[in-house]
Design a protein around this ligand. Structure first.
Ligand code: PLP
Length: 343
């Protein structure tokens, strides 16, 4: 089986797991006056994440969803309007902050342009006419096929939001895929936002965890929300230690996953009934296989019968995700199966 359902399937290596045995553990829920806990591995990971993103502080979370939720709730009061794009993970998949029994925020959707990048004109139209509490952007953008928002667009978004005094939260679950694909410094990208969430549990290959990076002052609010949502952990160094390993060893190698995705996209270009959606810029390919007259679920079932696991997304498409355990040989197998299904 070639499993391209998600980069969350990436498995920790022995070397990564061995870091757990050497980690200096403690109770991360027992905090000092600065809000820091007693688990030294957690503190080390949070310091490293802050350094890499150029932010003052970082807070470790068990999941990206809880990280996004805590950050967004720290900005907004119930009833406030939050800008999200029409295909954003926070809006379509997580939904927590918009749930009437939890976040009670109101989504206002902005358009993506023909390149699947945030549409500045549409954003301006909304900011001009409505009272907006927070702007959320996603980089890389998952459901559009791993689209990377380039630095120039990020800076333009920052300038626009500043005109209206609106803070920006970035869902950067796969931020390092964007950083590596675009060849930019993570710090420069993060300078365009007030807070960023990134996952260590996806392409970076750690088993569990996500970080929210932001100012020292804001991190206190984020920690309070984390506690409220039940995300304060105890000897969380067991997840922080592999996270430190992931940040030290697995960022640059994301380029290999991008090469495999680009190679597969190239090999799938000339198919009759299967189209690559958007442009493939990082480790994700979204396919439109509607030409075959199958539902995405049926298509995925047929692919599985031939040895390829993939996942339906967005009602009418399927998604392929490349990560460190997928070799070029696996990529070739996946391509062969999709070509076979097309004919
Ligand atoms: C995976 C993902 C998340 C949430 O991360 P979890 O750890 O699965 O909760 C948020 N945003 C995007 C774009 C993602 O792909």
């Amino acid at each position: 089986m070639v499993d391209l359902r998600s980069d969350t399937i990436s498995m920790p290596t022995r070397e990564m797991l061995e870091t757990i045995l050497k980690a200096k553990l403690g109770d991360d829920g027992r905090t000092d006056t600065r809000g820091r806990g007693e688990d030294l591995a957690v503190n080390e990971l949070e310091d490293l994440a802050a350094e890499i993103t150029g932010m003052e502080s970082a807070v470790l979370f068990p999941s990206g969803t809880q990280g996004n939720t805590s950050a967004i709730l720290a900005y907004c009061k119930p009833g406030q309007k939050v800008m999200v794009d029409e295909m954003q993970h926070i809006y379509l998949s997580e939904k927590v902050v918009f749930d009437p029994s939890v976040g009670q925020l109101e989504p206002v959707t902005y358009k993506l342009d023909q390149d699947n990048l945030p549409d500045l004109e549409d954003m301006r139209r909304i900011m001009e006419s409505q009272d907006i509490g927070l702007l959320c952007i996603e980089n890389t953008h998952n459901f559009s096929g791993g689209t990377c928002v380039p630095l120039a667009r990020m800076k333009a978004i920052r300038e626009l939001a500043d005109e209206y005094g609106i803070p920006i939260h970035m869902d950067g679950a796969r931020m390092f895929n964007a950083v590596v694909a675009l060849g930019v410094d993570a710090r420069e990208m993060c300078r365009c936002v007030d807070s960023v969430m990134f996952c260590i549990s996806k392409g970076l290959g750690a088993p569990v965890g996500s970080l929210v990076c932001c100012s020292e002052e804001f991190s206190r609010k984020v920690r309070d929300k984390r506690k409220l949502l039940g995300g304060a952990m105890r000897q969380a160094g067991v997840i922080a230690a592999p996270g430190i390993y992931a940040l030290r060893h697995n960022i640059e190698r994301l380029a290999e996953d991008h090469e495999n995705a680009a190679y597969a996209a190239q090999q799938l270009k000339d198919l009759k009934n299967t189209r690559v959606y958007g442009s493939v810029m990082s480790n994700i390919i979204v396919l439109d296989a509607n030409g075959l007259g199958l539902t995405p679920e049926e298509y995925c079932r047929k692919a599985a019968e031939k040895g390829l696991l993939i996942k339906p997304v967005l009602k009418d498409k399927v998604r392929l995700v490349f990560y460190k355990d997928i070799s070029r040989e696996d990529t070739e197998k996946a391509v062969a199966i999709i070509r076979e299904l097309d004919s």
